[in-house]
Design a protein around this ligand. Structure first.
Ligand SMILES: *Cc1c(COP(=O)(O)O)cnc(C)c1O
Length: 379
């Protein structure tokens, strides 16, 4: 048996909508399906303003431009994250200030943020790891009355909540990913949410190569012009057509993913209680969108042995982030300094293991994976 880590899922109408888009004769950006996706996110998800992008990386880059980051501005973010969280701000000359994770789970520790804020802090980027919310009230309180913008890297956070507030709708900006490995996908794809109304107009310019083309198409101006800096952030309507089919089935997809997650949890709970590993920690203020099921092993060696053991049985479990604070770019770039010690980041970097989780994972496959883990522990 070979069980991949991830497998993209066709929920039904993807190809039909793509055909419709192609036959409509307009497949560039901001077409029929782009508008349908925007409407979906602005109504059912209540985001201030939704702008489809070609990736979450692009959404983060738009957010960095909107923050007006310039050389020397400091941006606080977790070390335990994907490179795009950092790259978007590095591209604009920011000094990246890397914070440690919580001890209990990989999200950024608000106490770390408090320690790292200086008069030069321009923005804070939080990452809702595994779709589990960061402590948004504590973090918002830290920047209250200060000129600091808050960005949510909600790449993994679709359909998840912090105390009933939707992730991606809390900060000034939210950034989502529809990469093949995420719950809802279009191969590559992303979304910027602009929740602070004073940034909506500028976000549209940046999205459309720095022009007021969106306003032109709405008939608000009679010619369009170069207004601001920008780039080509909007995806082809074909991408949005694929995504819209997935969005229509989001409840079905989420229901199955949560079932799988709960199944893993039920089957592995006793081993966790016996102390062989930790299961994902879910704070009571956070919902679980079943983006990921992970284990935190007792040591790096045990993590390596379990990964190898599972791969030998055809199960593609994988590790995750290495910690940006120890990356060659971070250490050798302008930010270079001697390597910081971020113990919680290092623990998750060396001991966390992600198990296969995708819509079509069968109960039989799930049982097989859990049996193999049990075999490994008991051997
Ligand atoms: C997937 C991911 C990204 C990047 O998303 P893309 O759509 O591939 O650009 C950024 N941040 C986090 C936390 C992610 O998980």
């Amino acid at each position: 048996m070979t069980i991949p880590f991830n497998k993209p899922y066709l929920s039904g109408k993807e190809l039909e909508y793509i055909r419709d888009s192609v036959q409509s004769g307009k497949i560039s950006g901001n077409g029929k399906y782009t508008k349908r996706c925007h409407e979906f996110f602005e109504t059912t998800h209540a985001f201030g303003k939704a702008l489809m992008t070609t990736s979450c990386t692009d959404a983060l880059e738009m957010a960095a431009i909107l923050c007006d980051i310039s050389s020397g501005d400091e941006v606080i973010l977790p070390s335990y994250t994907f490179v795009s969280t950092a790259n978007a701000f590095a591209l604009r000359g920011a000094k990246l200030v890397l914070a440690d994770s919580m001890n209990t789970h990989p999200n950024i520790d608000p106490l770390e943020i408090e320690r790292l804020i200086t008069p030069k802090t321009k923005a804070i980027v939080v990452v809702h790891y595994a779709g589990v919310a960061c402590q948004m009230d504590e973090i918002s309180a830290l920047i209250q009355g200060k000129n600091i913008l808050l960005i949510e890297d909600a790449a993994q956070g679709i359909a998840s909540f912090y105390n009933k507030k939707r992730l991606g709708a809390i900060g000034d900006f939210g950034c989502f990913s529809f990469h093949e490995t995420k719950n809802i996908n279009s191969g590559e794809g992303g979304l910027l949410t602009v929740n602070n109304p004073s940034y909506v107009e500028r976000a549209e310019y940046i999205w459309e190569k720095g022009t007021n083309r969106s306003a032109f198409f709405r008939g608000e101006v009679n010619k369009y012009d170069w207004i601001d800096i920008g780039s080509s952030f909007l995806p082809s309507d074909i991408i949005s057509a694929y995504l819209f089919a997935q969005l229509e089935n989001i409840e079905l997809i989420q229901k199955r993913r949560i079932e799988i997650w709960n199944h893993y949890h039920a089957m592995l709970k006793d081993l966790a209680q016996e102390g062989y590993f930790e299961l994902p920690y879910l704070p009571d203020y956070a919902t679980n969108n079943a983006h990921m099921f992970y284990l935190v092993m007792r040591s790096p060696d045990e993590r390596e042995s379990l990964l190898q053991f599972l791969q030998d049985k055809g199960v593609w479990a994988v590790f995750h982030y290495l910690g940006l604070h120890s990356s060659p770019y971070y250490l050798h770039s302008q930010h270079s300094q001697k390597k910081q010690s971020l113990p919680n980041t290092e623990k998750f970097a060396s001991q966390l293991i992600r198990l296969p989780l995708f819509y079509e994972l069968t109960d039989q496959q799930l049982n097989f994976i859990c049996e193999q883990i049990r075999l490994f522990i008991k051997s």
